[in-house]
Design a protein around this ligand. Sequence first.
Ligand SMILES: Cc1cc2nc3c(=O)[nH]c(=O)nc-3n(C[C@H](O)[C@H](O)[C@H](O)COP(=O)(O)OP(=O)(O)OC[C@H]3O[C@@H](n4cnc5c(N)ncnc54)[C@H](O)[C@@H]3O)c2cc1C
Length: 344
Amino acid sequence: MPGFDIAIIGAGITGLNAAHILHQAGHKVQVFEKSRGLGGRLAARRTDFGIFNHGAQYATARHPGFIQYLENAINYGTAEKWIAQQWCAQPAKQAIANDPAETWYRGHPAMNKLVSPLNSGFDIQRNIRIARITPTDHNRYQLYSFASDQDHKNRISHGEFDGVIVTVPAPQSAELLMPLSPRFDIINDVKMAPCWAVMLAFDSPSSAPFDVFSKPDPAISWIGRNPVTEAISSPAPYECWTIHASPCWSRDHLEEKPENVAKYITAITKTVFAQAGIKLPVPVFSQAHRWRFARTTSPLGQSHLASADGRIIAAGDWCLGARIEAAFQSGEAAAHAMLDALQQ
Ligand SMILES: Cc1cc2nc3c(=O)[nH]c(=O)nc-3n(C[C@H](O)[C@H](O)[C@H](O)COP(=O)(O)OP(=O)(O)OC[C@H]3O[C@@H](n4cnc5c(N)ncnc54)[C@H](O)[C@@H]3O)c2cc1C
């Protein structure tokens, strides 16, 4: 098969896995990513107090291909197994290690590094938000961004491609793809919940006997200790925690100011720690990040969606479920579907 030009929109694990497979198959792949960093919701924020994993916390793997990928990432130095002490409030107040039957993996030193083994050999254009995909007269597709967020009249072209794989969250995929074909209307049925993530750093140890406290309060779905990383401005390591507000609380406070969210969630976290018998020190750093489309609550139920010619494909975690493994599998399925379509 001759080398085709293929565009991938989004540099999360779905997009990078698809890009990696298509590049390995000999095609010219270009990835477009709206942010500066790679990994999407496998996100890490570098601060003066250490690195926070403020998106996905860990991956689990059920399928041999993804287990193999994660084990290779460990050998590559960009992943590690995480044996976390989880707090059980009921029946006894105690911390227990996570179930050895289900290994937890996380990126090393931070979650975004989980995609590093996929990122080589193809071009990635960062800080470009693709806004339109338009068919051309010669069976190809042209990609455009807007000149600016305010200026939607002037478009910037980013080239023509034989195939395009869109790997952005469902509502954003629907916006890009529904004008192209009614086949994509079904994306509107997918539901994704938001999540406010709050990052807290302490300059003295919290004395918490646990690393993880799941669903401690109706407002909070996750409290997790971040791995100790070297702080940028100080030799002393800080203790960094990520708190995820529950989907319900996040939805109710979606348009709240980040500084207010940080204040509210810090106060609830303090109460939760106090109930576990731990007095939290005053944080030296707190910041909130809103994930408008965090976790899929109602997935598509199939690995990807394709246009009639098979050369426009939608993929992402939202196809199969709210997990990193689902995203990885969707990216793989999309790449193979694209290879089939290009052979026609
Ligand atoms: C708070 C939170 C906690 C989570 N916890 C876990 C967990 O513990 N375990 C687990 O398995 N999963 C977890 N998840 C889910 C997991 O992060 C996702 O399933 C997975 O990362 C999705 O990958 P993706 O590549 O499909 O999408 P994304 O990672 O969202 O990648 C899409 C990319 O597309 C880019 N993009 C969007 N629009 C455009 C555009 N128009 N042009 C160019 N680029 C664009 C985005 O910037 C992004 O980089 C969590 C998610 C969140 C938010």
